[in-house]
Design a protein around this ligand. Structure first.
Ligand code: TXA
Ligand code: MG
Length: 363
């Protein structure tokens, strides 16, 4: 573990050492503006194999390749689709992953899990950028958690999951967004959102107004049809306790002003369920928004605020740490307030629903 100053990462000896580990086939965790990634040289089969081993990740789940700038993506993928350059211009560097047709030969086929496409992302975090450019090779990097655990937003989370299994952890402080990148695939005039994340639907729409944006995340859990992002089929982010997400009935149909006022029945439902659980001797956890702080006095053993309903970016940044805290504290029953699926709320609800194993209650 070594610390790197995000203001001037280039001067850090730690970063040079991490880059040389990457070049020589090592696996190194590093901060990005979404979550911490676990990197390896994407052209080196053995190095990539070590990522799968350290994470306990199924080998049919492909990895995203991270580059330090967008100008050379045509070496790895077919970037001819006209939206590619427009999206790159607008969102790179940043939390967007584009899944594009693979050019054969230069990437380990362990990275793509045998698919004919490759996910590419240009991260924005200064430490990630500097590390990738010092390494001088494309870096395959999934989130730096053990498979099935919440993604890490702090170096301490990486230590908790992977200490002793990897070669180094570059600590650049808290990751920014706190949720993973948005993964998209392009097809004629459609943008398929395979995983909602740091770039939201409204921003995609704004960048390419004429595109049809297809966000299939709701269907994935119910139809049993094969998801297009292989990773979405695995249970992810599940805390050890049994979690339920509770949200106002018809929340997404209300306008902003009415949304905030619609949580009355949610709060009373959660309060009574928490009380019932503690009467049964269960250790309880609560995830709530600041607007309802006063309503939950002493209702749960471990109560964690997600910040204000009007600042869901804060909730995104706090969520994974909160889920880990519940596990550390041995919480058995968790209730979480849900939010509207707008802006970052879409990605947030996607992760909450997964954490809850799709146990959703509307009140
Ligand atoms: O923000 C992020 O994306 C972080 C940071 C480290 O960059 N990385 C990350 O990687 O979240 P990972 O491996 O935990 O999640 C990548 C997701 C998985 O669901 C995977 O199945 C999907 O992207 N994916 C990767 N390559 C794909 C491809 N060629 N086609 C479809 N889905 C792909
Ligand atoms: Mg992951």
């Amino acid at each position: 573990l070594c610390q790197v100053d995000r203001v001037d990462p280039a001067r850090s000896p730690c970063l040079r050492e991490a880059a040389s580990l990457l070049r020589s086939g090592g696996v190194v965790a590093f901060p990005t503006e979404t979550v911490y990634g676990l990197g390896a040289n994407a052209a080196n089969d053995l190095a990539v194999e070590r990522i799968f081993q350290a994470k306990g990740r199924p080998s049919d789940n492909p990895l995203i390749v991270h580059l330090s700038d967008a100008s050379r993506i045509s070496e790895w993928v077919d970037d001819a689709h006209p939206y590619v350059s427009r999206l790159a211009e607008r969102f790179w560097p940043g939390p967007l992953t584009m899944v594009l047709p693979l050019k054969e030969g230069r990437i380990s086929n362990k990275v793509t899990a045998g698919l004919s496409t490759l996910g590419i992302r240009i991260p924005e975090h200064p430490v990630a950028r500097e590390l990738i450019s010092l390494a001088g090779c494309p870096i395959a990097a999934p989130s730096a958690n053990r498979s099935g655990r919440p993604s890490p937003t702090l170096a301490a989370h990486v230590q908790e999951d992977l200490e002793g299994l990897i070669d180094a952890i570059v600590d650049g402080g808290p990751a920014g967004v706190g949720l993973e990148s948005t993964v998209i695939e392009l097809d004629e005039d459609r943008i398929h959102v395979l995983r909602p994340g740091g770039v939201n639907i409204e921003q995609l729409k704004d960048a390419i107004p004429e595109a049809y944006i297809i966000s299939g995340t709701e269907n994935i859990s119910h139809t049993g049809e094969a998801p297009r992002a292989p990773g979405m089929k695995y249970t992810h982010y599940a805390p050890k306790g049994r979690m339920t997400v509770v949200l106002p009935k018809d929340l997404d149909k209300l306008d902003k002003a009415d949304q905030a006022a619609s949580y009355g029945a949610v709060v009373s439902y959660i309060r009574s369920e928490l009380q019932r659980a503690s009467e049964q001797g269960e250790k309880t956890g609560l995830l709530y928004f600041d607007e309802h702080t006063g309503d939950y006095h002493r209702c749960a053993d471990v109560a964690i605020s997600l910040g204000s309903l009007s600042m869901l970016e804060t909730a995104a940044a706090r969520l994974y740490d909160a889920l880990r805290t519940f596990d550390q504290q041995g919480v058995k029953v968790i209730y979480a307030e849900g939010c509207a699926q707008e802006g970052v709320g879409l990605a947030l609800m996607n992760r909450l629903q997964k954490a809850a194993g799709h146990q959703i209650v509307r009140r």
